[in-house]
Design a protein around this ligand. Structure first.
Ligand code: ZN
Length: 323
């Protein structure tokens, strides 16, 4: 495509579609490093009751890590499998990575009547107490167990880590109802979202669940069809439609309540663009406008038929355009 025609196309895009806003304001956890510590592991099972503590701790910790990462945080795990890490080894990992906060995941044991969750901070840490308070409140909103409240203690990992640190006792492995909740996959995700919300409050970020992100846009001309693939961080709602302009035809993929990652493409007037080398769809443009992501595929002939579908795990939006 010639550069003058490209410029005209950009002007039309800018004028006829939404006003682009490529730079979103910082409303997530990007820039923060968070250490997530799954208690026990390997030769150390932790408390044993209806379930084994080390297994539940790891399952919840990995989900906590996942949702924090989805909201932009950098996550450092002290363990990501069933192996033993010393307490001093855990502290070393958190301190040497200069983590901003430290979150340890444990489960409790006691008499069979004992039930509920509680969140610890180190005695003299006021920022730890603030973080513990927020996380405790958020767990209380999502988990149907007794809230035993915020407590202080001198546990090794919250004492020797140099950043605000909390230790969550998610429930009692020795109570059958608690054990069924902390070992349940969907409740484990609820713990993860509760921790996310507490951390967002701690850092002054509006409480929200992770926003689906268009992480990458791929394309290929397969001859009989031209395929556009959006790699999503998670499933999002979208729709596909055509728009016609005086000098061309565009297929628009509109992804709602989403954000656009840095595509690494050239940018003009707030729009990423790339030349595809295909005669069917020579240029693809992409921008974020508010909470909408627009992907515009320029076409060489009007109203080509298309099909679209989603693939999950990994979540993808696939649009095939037929010449
Ligand atoms: Zn423990």
């Amino acid at each position: 495509m010639k550069s003058k025609a490209l410029l005209v196309a950009f002007l039309l895009l800018g004028a006829l579609l939404l006003t682009p806003n490529a730079k979103a304001s910082p409303t997530n956890l990007s820039g923060y490093t968070i250490c997530v510590d799954a208690g026990h592991g390997g030769k150390d099972p932790g408390a044993v009751g209806y379930v084994v503590e080390k297994d539940v701790n790891l399952a919840i910790a990995l989900k906590v890590a996942k949702v924090l990462e989805k909201d932009g945080a950098k996550v450092v795990l002290t363990r990501d499998g069933d192996y033993f890490v010393t307490l001093s080894g855990r502290v070393k990992i958190a301190n040497s990575n200069n983590c901003d906060i430290f979150i340890s995941i444990h489960a409790n044991s006691g008499p069979s009547s004992a039930s509920g969750f509680e969140v610890y901070h180190y005695y003299t840490s006021s920022r730890g107490k603030t973080l513990a308070t927020y996380v405790d409140e958020e767990i209380g909103k999502l988990i149907p167990l007794r809230n035993r409240g915020v407590k202080s203690a001198g546990f090794y990992v919250i004492k020797y880590t140099r950043m605000p640190a909390i230790l969550i006792e998610t429930g009692f492995v020795t109570n059958s109802n608690d054990a069924s909740i902390i070992s349940d996959e969907s409740y484990q995700w609820r713990y993860a979202y509760a921790v996310l919300h507490g951390v967002q409050r701690y850092f002054g970020v509006p409480v929200h669940d992770p926003v689906p992100t268009v992480e990458n846009i791929r394309f290929a001309d397969h001859g009989s069809y031209f395929r556009v693939v959006l790699d999503m961080s998670e499933r999002a709602s979208y729709h596909v439609y055509y728009t016609a302009y005086s000098n061309g035809y565009h297929l628009v993929i509109q992804v709602d309540n989403a954000q656009l990652a840095d595509l690494g493409w050239p940018v003009y007037n707030g729009w990423y663009y790339t030349h595809t080398g295909s005669d069917t769809a020579p240029v693809i443009y992409a921008t974020q406008s508010g909470s909408t992501v627009l992907i515009v595929v320029e076409l060489n002939s009007p109203y080509r038929p298309y099909s679209d579908f989603t693939l999950s795990n990994p979540d993808r939006i696939v649009v095939d355009i037929y010449p």
